[in-house]
Every structure is written in structure tokens, then in C-alpha cells.
Write a protein that binds this ligand. Structure first.
Ligand SMILES: [Zn+2]
Length: 406
């Protein structure tokens, strides 16, 4: 068995590609209008069920006409008129269904020129998604705004235009997934800046190399921003550059996160992550935290759907769970830990451990008590719920009282 899923990316075509896309849209609406006109004519000419035609018949007739009457249609992929005819067929479906019931249904209309929106579709094996580009028949590689990461077989690509922006939507068929959920051990995952992700079993996913240089660039750009006079046009320019750099970082991170989330969802029965601190994100201007939070939102989004695919559980630690400040060995809470401290040193039991690993261990400690099935309502914010285990409960409450984050 298979299931299909949609993906949508914004296209960044060059001028030649843009002109070709305009041509494609033109051919699609021409084919639609030609076929609709033929259907309306046939309806008047014929009687009974003979009145109706279908996309396959129309495509055969259009192909003959193409050679003599519409040779310019050859400039675009042959699937474009074909898909337009198929769309028209589908547009007639509700009409044909309700015709017998005697109810009135709106019939398909002609496509008019000069609309701000249009759409056409490609099918076939030539369509590919290649990270920074997508490959479309007859057009070739077109840049996309965000990495186009798809696992599965692309069945169809629909290109839509909304004013000046163009998007491609893929219908992707996924292999039937193993119905038995992964049985691997629970794992806690701490997302950071120095390492992308640290797992409670000691494994580390490193940041992709381009990210490091971008981080350096962000530091430089944010310094520059603060040097500029408030309200000046130079400050606005600097802010734009910084926003762009952040956006690029987000994309690089997203790409790297895909590898990690797939491995996690495939191999672990339960995955525990920290809660996304949306309020703290807005208030905390600190660079490192902001970047790791950007990753956390995307990490969680990917894990949510991948856990659904593979049947694993995604658990989110309570909102104010002090995963960074808590000692994973004795449960002591250490106040005043700064971001630069890379090692957790417990004042109570003497534990010395990598900061991120300590946090990941604290997260996996939550797994047996706070479980949220990935199929459940993860979209809503997870409330700060007290843990049920006695000793841990106090720590969580202490965290809330002092208003400290994870
Ligand atoms: Zn300790």
C-alpha cells in the first residue's frame, strides 16, 4: 500500500524560465478553453450519453489538431494540455453526478486572460526535487526558495502563479510504511548551537559546515546593525541583510535536521524534546538561543509528521522543565548557568558532564512519565504539567516559581 502527500515550494525562476512558465500557463488555459468549447458543441449536436466526451478522447483529437493548427503547443511539455483536459474532466464530475438527481450544478467556465492566478501541471518521471532546485519537464532546473527535500516518488507537479510569485506543489507517493512501530529505546534530544543535536545515548549530530561560517557572518551583521543609527536607511539595510542571513541559516539547518529526524523517528520508540518557549523566544535577543529555537520549531515539525509515518511517539517535556539546569544524576537544580558554560558541574553530587548531554539525559528522564502520542493533538501548546514522579515534581515546580526555562 502507498499513501500520497503534498509538498509546496516557492519557485525562483530566471527570466528565460519565467517566460517559459508564462507559455505553459497559456497552453494550459488554451487547451482547457478548446476542450470546453468542444464539449459545449458536442452537447448541442449529440443526444443522450453520446453528448459527453472524456479527457482521453479529447486529447486524441487535440493531438491531431496540434500538428496543423496549434504547432506552438509543441514548445511546452506535452503533459500540460493533457493535464488541463484531465482537470476539465474532473470539473465536470459533480455535474454528471447530480445531473440524474435533477439538481443544478455550476458548469466549468472559460479561462479568461489577465487573471492574477493561473495553474498548470506536469506529470511523469522527469520531475525531480534536488535540494536547492526542482527539475521540471522541458524547463529543467528551477531554483526554489527553500530546500526541496522529498522522500518518495513524485507523481505530479502543479505550478501555480499568484500575482508575481510562482509555486510548485508536488504530489508524492510514499512507500507503505512498516506497520510495526520502531522498538528502539527512548531517546532525549537536546538541540544546541555548538552541536546541532545531542542525544541522551551520547550520539551527537554535528552542525553542517556552511552553518558555522554563516554563524560568524550573523555575528558580524548584528554588530553592524547595532552600530547604525536608529531610523536610518543604513540601519534598515543592515536589518535586511541580517534577516536574510538568518533565513539562510534556517534553510541549512532544516536540511541537516531532515537527516536527524528521519533517523530518530525510524529507530526509536519514543523521542523526547524540550518545549518550544515561544514567549522566551521573542524576549530573548541572545543570538545563540534565537538560532537554536529556530531549529527547534522546525525539528519538532519534522518529527511530528515523521513519527506519524513510522509509528513512534513524540514526547514534549513540560514547558518550564529545567533540562539545562537540572543535574541528570541527582536532580539538583543549578542556578545561574550561562550559555558559555559548556560543562555541567553539579554542586551537590559532583557530576561533571557535557552540558548538552546532561540536558538530553534530563529529557529522556521525562519519557516514561510525560508521553504525548504523535498522533494526538501536538499542535496545541503543551501545558506546564507537573511530573508525576515525586522527586521530579518539586524540581518542575521550582522551575515555574523561579521562572526559568529549560
Ligand atoms: Zn548532581
Amino acid at each position: 500500500m502507498t499513501f500520497s502527500r503534498g509538498y509546496r515550494f516557492e519557485l525562483k525562476p530566471n527570466n528565460i524560465q519565467r517566460a517559459h512558465l508564462v507559455k505553459c500557463a497559456g497552453v494550459a488555459s488554451f487547451a482547457w478553453n478548446w476542450a470546453l468549447d468542444e464539449r459545449q458543441r458536442l452537447y448541442l449536436e449529440r443526444e443522450g450519453d453520446e453528448r459527453f466526451t472524456n479527457a482521453i478522447e479529447q486529447h486524441r483529437r487535440l493531438n491531431i489538431l496540434k500538428k496543423t493548427d496549434f504547432p506552438w503547443m509543441y514548445e511546452v511539455s506535452k503533459c500540460i494540455p493533457q493535464e488541463a483536459l484531465r482537470n476539465l474532466d474532473n470539473a465536470y464530475l459533480p455535474y454528471r453526478k447530480t445531473r440524474k438527481a435533477g439538481r443544478k450544478v455550476r458548469l466549468p467556465k472559460f479561462k479568461k486572460k489577465g487573471k492574477t492566478r493561473d495553474a498548470f501541471a506536469f506529470t511523469g518521471g522527469a520531475i525531480r526535487a534536488e535540494d536547492t532546485h526542482v527539475v521540471l519537464p522541458r524547463i529543467g532546473r528551477v531554483r526554489v526558495k527553500e530546500p526541496a527535500l522529498i522522500d518518495g516518488r513524485i507523481l505530479r507537479a502543479t505550478v501555480t502563479r499568484d500575482a508575481d510569485r510562482r509555486f510548485v506543489s508536488f504530489t508524492v507517493e510514499h512507500e507503505a510504511l512498516d506497520s510495526t512501530p520502531p522498538t528502539g529505546p527512548s531517546v532525549g534530544v537536546d538541540l544546541g548551537v555548538s552541536h546541532m543535536a545531542t542525544l541522551s545515548d551520547g550520539r551527537v549530530y554535528e552542525n553542517p559546515r556552511p552553518l558555522q561560517s554563516r554563524l560568524w557572518k550573523i555575528r558580524r551583521l548584528s554588530k553592524e546593525l547595532h552600530r547604525r543609527q536608529e531610523g536610518s536607511s543604513n540601519r534598515k539595510k543592515a536589518a535586511d541583510r541580517l534577516a536574510k542571513a538568518y533565513w539562510r541559516i534556517g534553510n541549512i539547518r532544516k536540511d541537516a535536521l531532515h537527516k536527524a529526524t528521519t533517523q530518530l523517528a525510524k529507530n526509536h520508540g519514543e523521542i523526547v524534546i524540550e518545549a518550544l518557549d515561544v514567549q522566551g523566544m521573542a524576549q530573548n535577543g541572545r543570538l545563540a538561543r534565537a538560532i537554536s529555537d529556530v531549529g527547534l520549531g522546525e525539528f519538532r515539525r519534522q518529527l511530528e509528521y515523521k513519527c506519524r509515518w513510522y509509528g513512534s511517539h513524540l514526547a514534549v517535556a513540560p514547558r518550564f522543565y529545567p533540562s539545562t539546569k537540572r543535574c541528570s544524576s541527582c536532580g539538583h537544580i543549578r542556578e545561574g548557568m550561562t550559555l558559555s558554560e559548556r560543562t555541567y558541574e553539579c554542586e551537590s553530587c559532583g557530576l561533571v558532564l557535557d552540558r548538552d548531554l546532561n540536558a538530553a539525559l534530563n529529557l529522556v528522564a521525562v519519557s516514561s512519565t510525560e508521553t504525548l502520542n504523535a498522533c494526538g493533538d501536538l499542535a496545541s501548546t503543551v501545558p506546564a504539567r507537573a511530573l508525576r514522579v515525586g522527586s521530579m515534581k518539586q524540581e518542575v515546580n521550582a522551575g515555574i516559581l523561579h521562572g526559568i526555562g529549560g
